[in-house]
Ligand binder design. Structure first.
Ligand SMILES: *Cc1c(COP(=O)(O)O)cnc(C)c1O
Length: 221
């Protein structure tokens, strides 16, 4: 397995665009792929990109045109927040109230308002980070009115399994958490779920953002 050629990236993006329903955003997850691959996707009209490491997001954001939008989807090390906040448009992987409050104060310091998604953990794997649904709602109640962050919705991941039943149950649980979040914050309408292997199921459960890496860029080195 190798990263895809530029022609493959182009074909994959065109195919995905024809498959993903209107109203669902395609986040192109470019992590571990070189900026040339990002540029190729940009040349096909892609503007929304996802990265999971702060230094990599910052470097690519600085190398690419201003009209790209960058979503951070990885674990946030708080000592790197100061580098992340000027470049990220959305931090999707907020998994604690402490982190959310730090993002608020760093955003204030940087003179910007940043959008976040709260990450919910429903998958079977212990390693996948995120709030439990109840913790997430509690955090939203406590932080609904921060000055420099806007809570825009929920991000989640299904269990990595062949069981369609389990994946469906996970996406249903993420969507239900989003529905309960909107009772607290009506504008929190984004539901980021679904990756290369499972995005059609996520869309059937109401995903508004699908995060796709491998099916665009090929395997990561
Ligand atoms: C890497 C990653 C993706 C993309 O995964 P693919 O299987 O390559 O599509 C999506 N979401 C998160 C949080 C990721 O870390």
């Amino acid at each position: 397995m190798a990263p895809n050629s530029m022609a493959e990236i182009r074909n994959n993006l065109e195919r995905l665009r024809s498959q993903i329903p209107a109203g669902v955003s395609l986040l192109a997850v470019s992590k571990f792929h070189p900026v040339e691959a990002v540029r190729e996707a940009y040349g096909c009209g892609q503007r929304l990109f996802g990265e999971s490491r702060v230094d990599e997001l910052a470097a690519k954001a600085q190398a690419m045109p201003e009209d790209c939008r960058w979503h951070f989807i990885g674990h946030v090390q708080t000592n790197k927040l100061r580098r992340l906040v000027p470049h990220a448009d959305v931090i999707e992987s907020v998994d604690s109230e402490r982190l959310l409050r730090l993002i608020d104060s760093e955003s204030a310091r940087a003179g910007r308002r940043i959008e976040v998604l709260l990450q919910v953990h429903v998958a079977a794997e212990e390693t996948k980070t995120g709030f439990t649904p109840d913790e997430l709602l509690q955090c939203a109640r406590a932080c609904a009115n921060l000055n420099n962050v806007t809570i825009r919705g929920v991000m989640g991941m299904a269990t990595n399994t062949d069981s369609t039943e389990r994946i469906n149950a996970d996406f249903a649980a993420i969507a239900e958490t989003g529905r309960r979040l909107r009772e607290i914050i009506p504008g929190a309408t984004e539901l980021s779920m679904g990756m290369s292997g499972d995005w059609p199921l996520a869309v059937s459960h109401g995903a508004t953002i699908v995060r796709i890496g491998t099916d665009i860029f090929g395997s990561r080195m």
